[in-house]
Design a binder for this molecule. Structure first.
Ligand code: MN
Length: 408
């Protein structure tokens, strides 16, 4: 596989130093981002210790998940007996080549890997963070999570415990694909759709990395920012046609030379392999379907939630948000009460309200309510408590004809 990479890092605009560390090791085809945390020098020591241990273990032939476990050991060992470093930890998201057209990702913490293909970006990794766990459990919406005060709390990191669970993802890639590895200094400052836009705005991977870091700084730069961009230029040639029935025992030799099959993968390589296949299956078979359904549902939901209509709630005129009758589970909700009694309206207006015939934007609905209000106050002596902008000038859309109406 032929790859081209870019990397950028910056301490941001509010932090005193950069506690992120990263690795671009072309010789071993290993790319990683680590986001350190801890007092004093803890954060930067943790991230740099982890990156160096990862590199050494991987170069020595360990698999990516074992290499990340070694990094965990190294951070713990470095902190042991040093009061200033006690409690330090780091995230780790590492990418390597695992086959003819496959990348393997090992991941702990809330740094992220994304795949950009044909201009569309999907996230590969799950965050090990408090808010994302709450989102997965359905207790927070993604929008609430974005602004959550505790969004920086990670639930899994290196340097915390002697055992660390490493998530691995195997993804198939094709020429033209772009993989992003980044610390949360990017993702907490720049929305995903903007990351996608910036990531595809530059053809050159180094420029893309620079643009993304600059975007996080432009948005406030409240944390250290690190971005690695890995472009897939070519994948290895597929096996010969005639040989297809007899799969080669060895992987093609065009893979990164120093990444032989891991010599000491513990106990259950079979189980791991099947889990990797499942992840890959989910990413490339189910995911497009989910994306299509999600987009369709999102458009419907947006439609359902961004329209308004004027209707009746018992005997009161109210503005509903939504679509009469609801769409796919999005039921209309009362957005504004008006205090106007339906049976105080002229018969024609009563009909319009009861049949929800006025639909459109919020301002359309408010304009209609304004007209109803005028007609009620012009025919009634009772004072109502409706709040409505006072206008002394003649509005062009105001009714100019005076109608006499009967109260029922
Ligand atoms: Mn961070």
């Amino acid at each position: 596989m032929r790859l081209m990479t870019g990397r950028a890092t910056d301490q941001g605009r509010t932090r005193a130093k950069n506690e992120d560390a990263s690795l671009v090791d072309d010789e071993h085809t290993l790319f990683a981002v680590a986001d350190g945390m801890g007092g004093h020098r803890g954060g930067e020591v943790a991230s740099h210790t982890a990156i160096e241990a990862l590199r050494a273990a991987f170069a020595g032939g360990a698999s990516i998940d074992v290499s990340i476990s070694r990094a965990n050991d190294a951070v713990l060992a470095r902190a042991a007996g040093n009061d200033e470093l006690t409690g330090m930890g780091t995230t780790m998201t590492a990418v390597t080549v695992a086959g003819r057209d496959q990348l393997l990702i090992g991941h702990v913490g809330d740094s992220r890997a994304y795949l950009l293909r044909n201009g569309e970006m999907v996230r590969i990794t799950d965050d090990h963070s408090l808010v994302e766990e709450l989102v997965r459990e359905g207790r927070l919406t993604p929008e609430q999570a974005e602004a959550h005060p505790q969004r920086a709390i990670v639930t899994r990191a290196l340097g915390v415990d002697a055992d660390v669970e490493v998530d691995t993802y195997e993804i198939s890639v094709e020429p033209g694909d772009r993989v992003l590895i980044c610390s949360d200094g990017l993702t907490t400052m720049v929305r995903e759709r903007d990351i996608e836009r910036f990531a595809r705005s530059e053809r050159d991977p180094q420029r893309a990395a620079d643009v993304l870091v600059a975007a996080a700084n432009d948005a406030g730069g409240e944390d250290n920012i690190t971005v690695i961009v890995v472009d897939v230029l070519e994948v290895a040639a597929p096996p010969e046609e005639g040989a297809a029935a007899f799969p080669p025992a060895e992987p093609p030799t065009t893979i990164a030379p120093a990444a032989p099959p891991p010599p000491f993968v513990p106990a259950a390589p079979r189980a791991r392999r099947s889990r990797l296949r499942t992840v890959r299956g989910v990413l490339f078979v189910v995911l497009p379907l989910v994306v299509i359904l999600g987009v369709a549902g999102g458009v419907l939901g947006w439609y359902a939630r961004s329209s308004y209509f004027v209707g009746a709630s018992r005997n009161e005129v109210v503005i509903y948000k939504g679509v009469p009758g609801g769409v796919l589970g999005w039921d209309p909700t009362v957005d504004q009460r008006t205090g106007i009694k339906v049976d105080a309206l002229q018969p024609l207006d009563q009909d319009r309200v009861r049949t929800n015939s006025t639909r459109g934007s919020l301002s359309t609905a408010q304009a209609f309510v304004g007209r109803l209000q005028d007609s009620v106050t012009s025919t009634s002596t009772t004072t109502t408590t409706v709040k409505k902008p006072k206008t002394t000038t003649t509005r062009p859309r105001r009714r100019t004809t005076t109608t006499t109406s009967k109260r029922p």
